[in-house]
Structure formats: structure tokens, C-alpha cells
Ligand binder design. Sequence first.
Ligand SMILES: Cc1cn([C@H]2C[C@H](O)[C@@H](COP(=O)(O)OP(=O)(O)OP(=O)(O)O)O2)c(=O)[nH]c1=O
Length: 206
Amino acid sequence: MATEQALILASGSPRRVELLAQARIEPARLLPMDIDETPKRSENPRTLAQRLAREKAEAAFAVVRADEELKGGWVLAADTVVAVGRRILPKAEFEADAFSCLNLLSGRAHWVYTGVTLIAPSGHTRSRIVETKVRFKRLSNAEIDAYVQSGEWRGKAGGYGIQGIAGAFVQKLAGSYTSVVGLPLTETLQLLDGEGFDIRRGWKEG
Ligand SMILES: Cc1cn([C@H]2C[C@H](O)[C@@H](COP(=O)(O)OP(=O)(O)OP(=O)(O)O)O2)c(=O)[nH]c1=O
């Protein structure tokens, strides 16, 4: 009989669950961590994504370690930050956020940084940061208005979701598409594999 292995995903992001499902990895438990995501003064976007992924993973690991049922699981967390130069864009909550993000992104290139942290049952921690450059076409006011109406930007870093309508705004992408959606699959599977989690257990046909 195969030994049990449990992945605890320290996330409330449906995108991250879907990306793992794409690789046939199903978390045993979702454990969203409500941490303060405010950037430190003059913190750069890359460092912020790394720090927040680590903080989410560490907070979740503390819960897992103290829980009889969850103990022995692998803890995974990620954080996605969108930036234009050093300017960090908000996770859009209000229409005004979405308007200002889209006006800023229109006709320009921006960077998407996703930090990923994995904590193995032993407590051993590994992190990766993935950087992707995305270029949007020039957006007309009518396009921005219609996109804001769609509501697809809600709760998303930089005020857009590449996996939806905004996929049509992208002229060029250099890096990792899955990282922009919220979880770089190649690097995440490498981390899991490196810490003894069987990433191919669900790959068998039927
Ligand atoms: C740029 C971009 C971001 N996003 C999403 C991914 C993340 O869910 C969100 C960035 O916010 P995060 O703070 O990384 O994640 P979250 O608060 O949604 O979830 P949790 O902390 O519980 O894991 O933006 C997209 O879905 N598509 C995109 O194209």
C-alpha cells in the first residue's frame, strides 16, 4: 500500500488549487493564512513576494505542527506581486484600483513576481522566486471600462487575470505563464520532488 502523503496548501486562492489540479496534485487541506501583506518601506517587489510566501508557509506550518491530523504534511504557499518598475501594484479590491492599474499597464511592460515556499514535514524549507515580464497592448478607454465592468480583476494582483479576458491584452510574455496565474508549476513541482513528495502519484491513467 502506498504510504500517505498530504499536501497542505496555505492558500485561499482558487487559481492555485486549479494549477495544482492541472498537474493532478490535490491538496489534502486548504489553510489560507491571513497575514499582513503591506510592503515594508522601500521593499522591492521581488523581496516582497519572497517574504510573503515564506510568512504564509511558516504561519501554516505552525498550525500543521500543532494539529494531530495535519502533522507530517508538506506545506506549500505562494505570493504574487505585480510591479511596474519598482512600483508595486495593489491587489485590486475596488473599481478605482482596477482603473488605475489598467491605465498604468496599458501599452507597457510590467513584471510579475511569484514567490513559492515549501516546508517539508522535517521543517526543512525551500523557496523559489519566479519573474515574468508581461507586455500589454495599448488599451482604449472603452476596453478599460468594459474590463472593469467584468469584475474579473477583483482580488487579483495588478488588477487583472491573465487566465481570463485580460489574456487578450497580452502582446508578449517572457517567463512562466503559470507563475502569472499564481503558482509556477515547473518550479513548484521541482520543490516538491526535491523534498520527497511523490509528484507523479496521480498521473496514472484511469
Ligand atoms: C497577475 C495575476 C494575478 N492573479 C491572482 C493570483 C493570486 O490569487 C492573486 C495575488 O494575490 P496573492 O496575495 O498572491 O494571493 P491570494 O491572496 O489571492 O491568495 P493566498 O494568499 O490565500 O494564497 O492574484 C491571477 O489570478 N491572475 C493574474 O494574471
